[in-house]
Unconditional design. Structure first.
Length: 358
């Protein structure tokens, strides 16, 4: 089923893929022509290599990057992940941000492309980057499109088990645990938050599908193309822990308006779903603003408030396609244009806490 999903998706998106690759080539830095360096420039070349190496390291932050770690839950299910810890005297009481990559990405590429580690340095939080196994899904897609307990639901539970283990190991703040993802990672971030509302304080979904609509590989393609055609609340109830409707789940949703892979309608439907999750009545008036007008960072922001606090935010990014807004464009599926999505997400997370409620 995983292979059939991949074949169907990439066959249907063949033309889209060509456009995206062309766009990425235009955005990426131009490669310099190779020339034979004179022997007298050997020292200079060595210095340049060292500088490039330092720049690569800097893209992962100034703290501690631990790659290819392994976690096993109580059922023996395994998960590879990376951990980033900023320079700090103690990890105790730190917030935690969990970052879920999209299809054809890895923990390393997602960390480099989003630059979330730099925000961890500034904000003093730990970051985890779970990585999907190619034995589960050949293109490393999280299986949001199969949310049952044997597939996507099992992956969501495994990620939740990892979060609990890391929080216990390092005495992280249980009230400030957040999850974010791109594309398939956004679909999985929503699934983790909906299945484990007592664990997650807030969720961020960038270019993600509406929740609960797809229950097969083919259905996932349809959801990405046109969103849901069914009533939204029953779809949500099929995949969520009922407690989420009592506890609420603050959320920020980001979507490029030129996205040819995940239709922007998905973001508006996610907004309505999380409006219901957070018990925001239909008569509540959203607060709308257009920011960065006339620049490549332009976006429309729609906020839903409870009192003076924003509990739900939609960012419709004018000139971004299927990519992480304001990221490192030299890394696939990250766009130079648009506002810095990592900054928007962390600033939203800073205002949210999971205070235990019965």
């Amino acid at each position: 089923m995983a292979r059939s999903f991949t074949n169907l998706f990439f066959k249907a998106a063949k033309k889209i893929g060509k456009l995206q690759r062309a766009a990425m080539r235009m955005a990426a830095p131009k490669a310099a022509k190779k020339r034979a360096a004179p022997k007298r420039n050997a020292a200079k070349s060595a210095t340049a290599s060292a500088t490039r190496g330092a720049a690569a390291g800097q893209s992962l932050g100034v703290g501690r990057w631990e790659a290819s770690r392994q976690f096993s839950d109580s059922q023996g299910r395994r998960l590879t992940y990376a951990r980033y810890t900023p320079v700090t005297p103690s990890r105790e009481g730190m917030p935690l941000v969990v970052m879920l990559h999209g299809c054809r990405q890895t923990a390393l590429s997602f960390a480099r492309g989003t630059r979330m580690n730099q925000w961890a340095d500034a904000g003093g939080f730990m970051v985890l980057y779970p990585q999907q196994s190619m034995t589960r899904q050949v293109q490393r897609c999280w299986r949001w499109f199969q949310p049952d307990d044997e597939h996507g639901g099992a992956e969501a539970d495994l990620i939740a088990a990892l979060i609990r283990a890391e929080c216990a190991r390092y005495s992280l703040d249980p009230e400030r645990v957040y999850i974010a993802g791109l594309s398939a990672g956004a679909g999985m971030a929503a699934l983790v938050a909906l299945r484990h509302p007592r664990l997650i304080a807030a969720a961020a979904m960038h270019s993600g599908p509406v929740a609960g609509d797809a229950h097969s590989a083919t259905g996932g393609i349809g959801t990405m193309r046109r969103g849901a055609l069914k009533p939204l609340l029953p779809l949500l109830e099929r995949v969520a822990d009922p407690a989420v409707f009592r506890l609420g789940m603050p959320a920020i949703i980001l979507q490029g308006q030129l996205d040819p892979t995940v239709a922007p309608r998905n973001a508006r439907q996610l907004f309505e779903q999380f409006r219901a999750v957070n018990d925001l009545p239909p008569e509540s008036v959203p607060v709308e603003r257009v920011l960065g007008l006339g620049t490549d960072k332009s976006y429309r922001r729609v906020d839903m408030l409870r009192g003076n606090r924003t509990v739900l935010r939609l960012c419709e990014i004018t000139l971004v396609e299927h990519a992480w807004s304001g990221g490192d464009a030299s890394v696939r599926y990250h766009a130079r244009g648009g506002p810095d999505a990592s900054a928007l997400i962390w600033r939203f997370f800073q205002t949210q806490r999971r205070v235990a409620r019965q």
